[in-house]
Every structure is written in structure tokens, then in C-alpha cells.
Design a protein around this ligand. Structure first.
Ligand code: NAI
Ligand code: A1CAB
Length: 274
């Protein structure tokens, strides 16, 4: 098993923060992690969890300070901030430090033009917080098997990992990177439907959420195909048949494909710096 080197995280917000907390839950020593944050308050919150943290508010060179000595640098800033952040740390990176970005859109070629290090592009999702992420990883041109193994070790501590060519990462992002939002949106819509049918909000939430959680757990624990589990709910000539018929009319695969294409188009805009 690959052991993680000391980790620096630039921009420990929703996504990178979830990864750090998932790593700590997996047994990573918080003291082996250094994060940069924008505000003093969030650096203090990280320090309370045992993580070394430097805020840009206190030290304008916080990003360079946290990468010094790190073997693995996780870039967790917004896509538009990636180029400036890499420029800031280029001189402070250890020559063999591996830079792993979670940013949507930003290509390894762009990152390689800004730092001399091996870079890897990744697309995790927020269930990393509870170690149930699925993360796509794509190697840049300077990253070999050893560097990929490090990225695999990082992300497999917080969930499942899929290796893929970089051309496919925007598509993966549309399915799994954004996927938790898709799923929560469905839960919101099912809750609203229950409210329309007369349930108060709390009961409506309970019905929708517990159905999602129970169904996901059943899917995982049985290992059955979703279609088979659906069949077990759908009694011949029963009520579920009518629901599936209506949902089928909505051509959901086409709807999801259009949604994914829109996300992929946005990733291309982000890649171009828009
Ligand atoms: N939120 C999600 O579900 C996912 C996000 N991503 C990617 O993660 C990245 C961050 O997104 P979120 O976590 O959602 O945003 P966020 O806004 O929660 O996190 C960004 C963090 O960077 C900090 N920051 C801003 N400027 C900085 C600087 N100059 N140096 C260091 N830190 C700085 C902010 O204070 C914030 O904590 C994006 O590139 C996004 O594409 C990827 C997969 C999923
Ligand atoms: O919305 C975004 O751009 C990021 C990438 C995938 C999930 N969140």
C-alpha cells in the first residue's frame, strides 16, 4: 500500500475540506496536513481539528508557506484561481512534489505550463467527507505510475477511484462530480411532491430522504442490478407500474444527457478561463 507523504491543501473549502476531513476519518494524522485558507477564522477552525493552517488574511504568502516540504499538494481553489495560485507556489514546491487539482475544467497542460512538477487532474465528489466519494483521476504528461499511485492512495482513502484519460474527465464530472447535486435535487423534488399530496414538510422530507438512503443501502448491500431491485418493487398490474410509465414518458435519459452536455460545455469554458 502506498503511504501518503505530507499533504498541503491550497483552498480548503467545500470539496478539498471534505477530502481532508475524510482523510482524517481514515486515520491520516491531522498534523501531517497543512492547509491554506482565505480567512483567519477558517484557519482557526482547522487548527482546532489538529491541522496546520495558514490564512491569507494573516500571511499573504500562506500558499507558498504550506507547500514548503509537502510531497503532495492538493489544489482546492476555484478554477479561475488555479493559474494565480500555481504561480504563487511554483518557487516553493519541492521538485518531486505531486500537484493534484480538483478544479473543474482546468487542464493538466495549463497546470504544467505554470509549475515544473508532475500534475494530476482529479474530479472527486463531496461524499468524500464520509469516505464515500467516487473520484476520477487523470495523469498529466509528467506523472508516471508512482505519481498516479499517490493520487490513488489519496482518493481511495475517501472512497472509490476511477482512472481515466483526461478527455473523459469533464464527462465523469457531469455524472459523479456534480452527481450529489443531481441526487439532492431529486430528493427536493420528491419532497415537494409529497407536500403537494398533503404531507407536512418534515414528514415529506422523511419519506423522500429515508427512501433514498434505504434504497441506496439496499443497492449496495445486495449488489443487485438497480433494474432487478426496481422489478421487485413493481408488482405486475400494481401501482408502481403506473409511476414508471409516467417517468419513462419523460425520456429521462435524454434529459440527463442534455444536463451533462451543458456541464461539459461549462467545463470547456472554465478551461478557456471564462
Ligand atoms: N463542490 C464540489 O462538489 C466540487 C468542487 N470541485 C472543485 O473544487 C474547487 C473548489 O470548489 P468548492 O470547494 O466548491 O469551492 P469553495 O469556495 O468552497 O472552496 C474554495 C476555497 O478556496 C479558498 N480560497 C480562495 N482564494 C484562495 C487563494 N488565493 N488561496 C487559497 N485558498 C483560497 C476559499 O476561501 C475557499 O475555502 C473548484 O475548483 C471546483 O471545480 C470538484 C469536485 C466537486
Ligand atoms: O459545480 C462545479 O463546477 C463543481 C465541479 C463538479 C461539482 N462541483
Amino acid at each position: 500500500m502506498t503511504t501518503l507523504p505530507s499533504l498541503a491543501v491550497l483552498g480548503a473549502g467545500s470539496m478539498a475540506g471534505a477530502i481532508v476531513r475524510g482523510l482524517i476519518a481514515s486515520g491520516v494524522d491531522p498534523a501531517s496536513v497543512a492547509v491554506s485558507t482565505r480567512s483567519t477564522a477558517s484557519a482557526e477552525a482547522w487548527r482546532a481539528e489538529g491541522v496546520r493552517a495558514v490564512a491569507l488574511e494573516d500571511d499573504p504568502d500562506a500558499n507558498a508557506a504550506v507547500v514548503a516540504g509537502a510531497g503532495l499538494v492538493l489544489l482546492g481553489v476555484k478554477p479561475a484561481m488555479v493559474p494565480d495560485t500555481l504561480r504563487e507556489v511554483a518557487g516553493a514546491l519541492a521538485p518531486d512534489a505531486v500537484v493534484v487539482s480538483v478544479a473543474a475544467g482546468v487542464t493538466t497542460a495549463t497546470m504544467e505550463s505554470l509549475v515544473p512538477n508532475p500534475v494530476i487532474r482529479s474530479m472527486p465528489n463531496t461524499p468524500a467527507l464520509v469516505r464515500r466519494a467516487v473520484t476520477g483521476v487523470a495523469a498529466g504528461s509528467r506523472a508516471g505510475e508512482a505519481e498516479l499511485a499517490l493520487a490513488r492512495a489519496l482518493f481511495s482513502a475517501v472512497g472509490a477511484v476511477v482512472e481515466l484519460p483526461e478527455e473523459q474527465i469533464d464527462a465523469l464530472s457531469a455524472i459523479s462530480g456534480s452527481g450529489p447535486a443531481t441526487i439532492y435535487f431529486l430528493v427536493e423534488k420528491l419532497t415537494e411532491t409529497a407536500e403537494r399530496l398533503g404531507f407536512d414538510h418534515d414528514d415529506a422530507r422523511l419519506l423522500a430522504e429515508q427512501t433514498l438512503i434505504g434504497s441506496a443501502y439496499l443497492l449496495e448491500s445486495t449488489g443487485e442490478e438497480p433494474a432487478e431491485l426496481r422489478r421487485r418493487v413493481t408488482s405486475p398490474k400494481g401501482t408502481t407500474e403506473r409511476i414508471i410509465a409516467v417517468l419513462d414518458e419523460a425520456q429521462l435519459t435524454d434529459v440527463f444527457e442534455r444536463a451533462a452536455e451543458a456541464a461539459i460545455a461549462r467545463a470547456r469554458e472554465l478551461a478557456a478561463g471564462a
